[in-house]
Ligand binder design. Structure first.
Ligand SMILES: Nc1ncnc2c1ncn2[C@@H]1O[C@H](COP(=O)(O)OP(=O)(O)OP(=O)(O)O)[C@@H](O)[C@H]1O
Ligand SMILES: [Mg+2]
Length: 387
């Protein structure tokens, strides 16, 4: 009964097959490369997201896993078996798309019954399963409703129930909440996450919404132009972005122009305008007086005079924006770079007014740097041209 298989979802008992494995998967359309060398092992019961801007190759990747698109290179494995050459119907996965097509001429019950009917399971026998699925998506009171008598969120829940009733080993979801308004979207995120926990099915979830990916996923693959920039937990990706693109795509990041000024006890020393900051995060090594991108998250910066503050940077307040719970303060450094920081409403000081000189500070551990050449990959950065 219960869940779809006896797999020990969520445990780390080692020698188990990955639910889904991509080995150097490649996809070309003509001479255009849509996905490059994608390798990953997705664990059983994992909530795994593909995140990236429009056109980065998320849907193409999902379609290759589903068997709806052929790979141009590499292989795809489901539960330890190579399925690269198998058609979609022979893979134990199910796909839910953005437009949640459910059959308009069938009521809710018949819609959810449909996949079981295809397998010639009599309704009488299927009923307990159907009802369990309807309960799971909280639609048990709607059995006789037709599609057009349901809201978008309700239709999407029926589409989910229908895709789960066959108990696939994995569910592939392509922006399934994309058509819903913001509030419903947030509510459905919770529904989806709860369902995934309850049934223990592996989810591969496509989204271009970073908040959605951060809040729902166990791990995320961040993609750009067909290339995977980083695979990691939301925490990894947020705290330790592997590339400047990831840093710019996730959260609110400041990018500043700096220059490498040497090593001090295993910490990078970076010249930033007329001050020097130290950075502990060291993904890249630099030489000489190489120019670097310095990344600081707005919430990691403290403003003015706090005791024990590391990396003091002088600046002048340019803008103060009230945002309800907090203020965003935009400051200009001497070299013209701008740095945004966040001050909670309760900590706000009238001294932080446009024109006021301030001292900004940040921890060594929160200073992230990238080679300057990565500037061309980042979003909203004014300094890429001259590279
Ligand atoms: N059948 C096809 N023929 C040619 N090019 C294609 C085809 N399908 C997709 N592409 C191209 O491959 C790239 C990746 O497309 P894909 O649909 O995977 O992007 P995506 O990340 O899902 O984007 P979005 O967020 O807009 O849905 C795009 O540049 C797209 O134009
Ligand atoms: Mg897509």
């Amino acid at each position: 009964m219960g869940t779809n298989s006896a797999d020990s979802a969520g445990t780390n008992s080692a020698p188990e097959n990955a639910a889904i494995e991509l080995k150097k998967v490649h996809k070309r359309f003509g001479d255009f490369t849509a996905v490059q060398d994608f390798s990953v092992q997705i664990r059983k019961g994992e909530f795994f997201s593909l995140l990236g801007p429009s056109g980065c190759g998320k849907t193409t990747t999902l379609r290759m896993i589903a068997g709806l698109e052929e790979v141009s290179g590499g292989s795809i494995w489901l539960d330890g078996g190579d399925v690269t050459g198998l058609p979609a119907y022979r893979r134990n996965v199910n796909t839910v798309f953005q437009d949640y097509a459910i059959f308009p001429h069938m009521n809710v019950l018949k819609n959810v019954y449909f996949p079981l009917r295809m397998r010639k399971i009599p309704l009488r026998e299927a009923l307990p399963d159907i009802r369990r699925m309807l309960q799971l998506v909280n639609m048990q009171d709607y059995e006789n409703r037709l599609s057009q008598q349901l809201s978008g969120g309700q239709r999407q829940r029926i589409a989910l129930a229908r895709s789960l009733v066959n108990r696939p080993a994995a569910l592939l979801l392509d922006e399934p909440l994309g058509a819903l308004d913001f509030k419903l979207r947030v509510a459905m995120q919770q529904v989806l996450k709860d369902i995934q926990r309850n049934v223990g099915i592996t989810f591969v979830y496509v989204t271009h919404d970073q908040t959605e990916a951060l809040t729902m996923s166990d791990r995320i693959a961040v993609m750009k132009d067909g290339l995977v920039h980083q695979i990691g937990t939301p925490n990894d990706i947020y705290k330790d972005p592997a590339t400047a693109f990831v840093a710019s795509f996730i959260g609110d990041m400041n990018f500043l122009h700096g220059a490498y000024a040497g090593d001090e006890d295993g910490v990078d020393v970076i010249q930033l305008g007329d001050t020097v900051v130290k950075g502990k995060k060291r993904r890249y090594t630099y030489s000489g007086r190489e120019e670097v991108l310095v990344c600081l998250r707005s919430e990691d910066i403290v403003i003015s005079g706090q005791a024990g503050m590391q990396n003091k940077i002088s600046a002048v307040v340019k803008r103060v924006v009230f945002r309800g719970a907090d203020y965003e303060i935009g400051c200009a450094l001497k070299n013209g770079d701008e740095l945004r920081c966040v001050v909670s409403a309760s900590m706000m000081d009238s001294a932080f007014a446009p024109g006021a000189p301030v001292t900004l500070g940040c921890d060594d551990a929160n200073v992230i740097t990238f080679p300057k050449s990565q500037g061309r990959d980042i979003l909203d950065y004014g300094g890429g041209e001259e590279a």
